[in-house]
Write a protein that binds this ligand. Structure first.
Ligand code: ARG
Length: 610
């Protein structure tokens, strides 16, 4: 075990048992980072109350039994009864060496692996993804990678909206323009334009609207093969659009992860009758509704979950109830994360409450809405273009890449061609990192100026940090993948950096507990900042032989952890800055260093720089 906080917690717990008996061996050792030492244990304060003793005396008793041989210096009691804990330089150095040499970088695989369903992205097909979907896509993908690395069995689930009344209108429009026409191809490249054209006709041409209504009846009845084929054609084109976007974003979702709303369609009638039989669903104003307790409307009456509309049609909630049941029955998950916008919080609370009433979800079952905050423009309002329109996702992505190309001019030692090639990784990486490093449930201001810069807590800063470390090895003519410890710690900057390396695993556990990837961003940014300080204070290549060897090992370990963390976040590391690194298959560092290559069709988005 390398995480100092845990190592110290175990030792303090042992001391508690030894000092006060087995009843106390499980008490919280309350280990916290400290201003005066590396950590402090505040365990004496709550215990003093129970034991009816003075906190300082309790602290003294703990210290008398505390065995920290080989780990820390002699502990000191301070203030009302804090125990200050200062790790020994030798222990830190040995543990940092172990992290650097370990293919899992000191992160143990989960001892109790679970099946974790992570639902994310979930755009509506035949429409352009918007910035809200962009955020659920990026955050969800990071969570999927991190849970997987932690040893869990992750099921990615893309709950796309692919069912409902608009498909009648879209199918008729597809027939009108011709399946092989350039207009049909808009579904792949610019779905909103296709959608808007269909909508205009629907609103202005009563004949077309009639056809659309007839078509939706046929689609939902499921009896007309031609209608089904046309719908599949639409969905297929939309999937191709999503593949392009996911490819460019380096998002790991594939077609196989798509279980859209249509997937649950054949289960809806059974869900409705089960809920009716159980007395949970009742007809109210002609609609079949559940009224889970605890959700009063403005008038004080309970709010309904509408399971079947009064016209007999199904809706968003019907599908979500069937989805809960399907996931419980077929996937047997330990945990299910719904990475979806916070504006749907009430919907999910009511769905989960209804599923509990139905007995599908046990008390304490972990169906969690991992809320994603809104994305807003710099003025605090809706994100919009200069003309006031909602920006197209592809336009945002290409602007990010263009701006990245412009700031790469600040980087020395690369020619223009190399800069063109890496602009995409930097632009996409900047955008993703900005999304990821903001607490996922807080409102987020989309601001290119803040995300695309080498200064501060940004993707480009971290990408550049890896390039700087690599350049040290390049200058020394050393293949960094062959570098191993021992790391020795003498300077403060070395100690701070080495100590930080030990809590990569704690940062990952923090993400697993809370499903908040920004915790890993915070960690990797602190690590990179400590590297910068180290690099300013401690010469590497000019140091004497022994120091140089240790510092190179410290650089290599840092590089492995930073690239590992960025890999888990899904932030690409520019290919040209990235030498091929052979790494074991269970390492978080992508082996080929070539992130998913761009699928054909992506040129639309990246043409700006190619
Ligand atoms: N397609 C929906 C939207 O764009 C999001 C789906 C969220 N997931 C769910 N199980 N309802 O708003």
């Amino acid at each position: 075990m390398t995480d100092p906080q845990q190592v110290l917690a175990d030792r303090v717990r042992d001391a508690l048992g030894a000092a006060f008996g087995d009843d106390y061996a499980d008490s919280d050792p309350v280990i916290r980072p400290s201003q005066f030492a590396d950590y402090q244990s505040n365990a004496a304060l709550p215990l003093a109350k129970k034991l009816k003793k003075r906190p300082r005396d309790v602290a003294d008793e703990i210290v008398a039994r505390l065995d920290l041989a080989g780990i820390a210096d002699a502990p000191e009691v301070s203030g009302p009864g804090f125990i200050n804990l200062t790790l020994s330089d030798g222990w830190i150095a040995d543990q940092a060496t172990a992290v650097g040499d370990d293919p899992r970088l000191g992160v143990p695989a989960a001892s109790d692996p679970e099946t974790v369903v992570i639902e994310y992205s979930s755009p509506n097909i035949a429409k352009e993804m918007h910035v809200g979907h962009l955020r659920t896509t990026i955050v969800g993908d990071a969570l999927a990678r991190i849970f997987e690395f932690a040893g869990h069995n992750v099921i990615r689930d893309n709950h796309v909206g692919d069912w409902g009344t608009p498909y009648g209108m879209l199918i008729e429009h597809l027939i009108d323009v011709g399946e092989d026409s350039p207009d049909a191809r808009l579904l792949r490249t610019d779905p909103n334009t296709f959608y808007a054209a269909a909508r205009r006709k629907f609103d202005s041409d009563p004949g077309f609207a009639d056809r659309a209504r007839g078509r939706i009846v046929k689609l939902q009845a499921g009896t007309d093969p031609e209608t089904r084929r046309l719908w599949e054609e639409l969905v297929g084109l939309s999937k191709a659009y999503l593949r392009d976007i996911y490819g460019l974003l380096r998002v790991t979702l594939t077609d196989d992860d798509i279980r859209g709303e249509s997937f649950y369609n054949h289960m809806l009638a059974d869900v409705a009758s089960e809920l009716t039989d159980k007395g949970i669903a009742v007809v109210s104003d002609g609609a079949l509704c559940a009224f889970p307790p605890g959700f009063p409307g403005r008038d004080g009456n309970p709010l309904p979950v509408i399971i079947r509309k009064s016209d007999g049609g199904w809706n968003y909630s019907s599908t979500d109830l069937a989805t809960v049941k399907y996931r419980v029955d077929k996937m047997n998950p330990g945990r299910v994360l719904y990475v979806v916008g916070s504006e749907q919080a009430l919907h999910f609370k009511m769905i989960f409450a209804t599923a509990k009433l139905a007995g599908w979800l046990a008390d304490g079952s972990r169906f969690e809405h991992a809320q994603i905050g809104m994305v807003q423009g710099k003025d605090g309002g809706r994100l919009k273009t200069r003309e006031g329109d909602t920006p197209k996702l592809s336009a945002l992505l290409s602007e990010s890449v263009e701006r990245a190309r412009a700031i790469l001019d600040e980087v020395e030692g690369l020619d223009a061609e190399a800069k063109d090639a890496i602009a995409e990784d930097v632009g996409i990486g900047a955008l993703k990192y900005a999304d990821l490093s903001t607490a996922r449930d807080s409102t987020y201001t989309f601001d290119f100026d803040r995300m695309i810069t080498f200064k501060g807590d940004t993707g480009p800063y971290l990408q550049y940090a890896t390039a700087r470390i690599r350049s040290i090895f390049r200058r020394a003519g050393i293949d960094e993948t062959t570098v191993t410890g021992p790391i020795v710690v003498t300077e403060k900057a070395e100690r701070d950096l080495a100590l930080k390396l030990l809590s990569f695993g704690a940062a990952i556990s923090g993400v697993i507990e809370t499903s908040e990837p920004h915790r890993l961003c915070g960690y990797v940014f602190e690590l990179a900042s400590l590297f910068t300080t180290f690099y300013e204070h401690c010469p590497v290549l000019k140091a004497d032989d022994e120091t140089r060897r240790s510092r190179l090992a410290l650089c290599a370990a840092t590089l492995r952890v930073v690239t590992g963390a960025l890999g888990l976040l899904g932030v690409p590391i520019p290919e040209r800055m990235l030498a091929p690194v052979p790494v074991p298959s269970d390492s978080p560092v992508s082996n080929d260093s070539n992130w998913p290559t761009l699928p054909a069709g992506c040129t639309v988005v990246v043409s700006a720089v190619r």
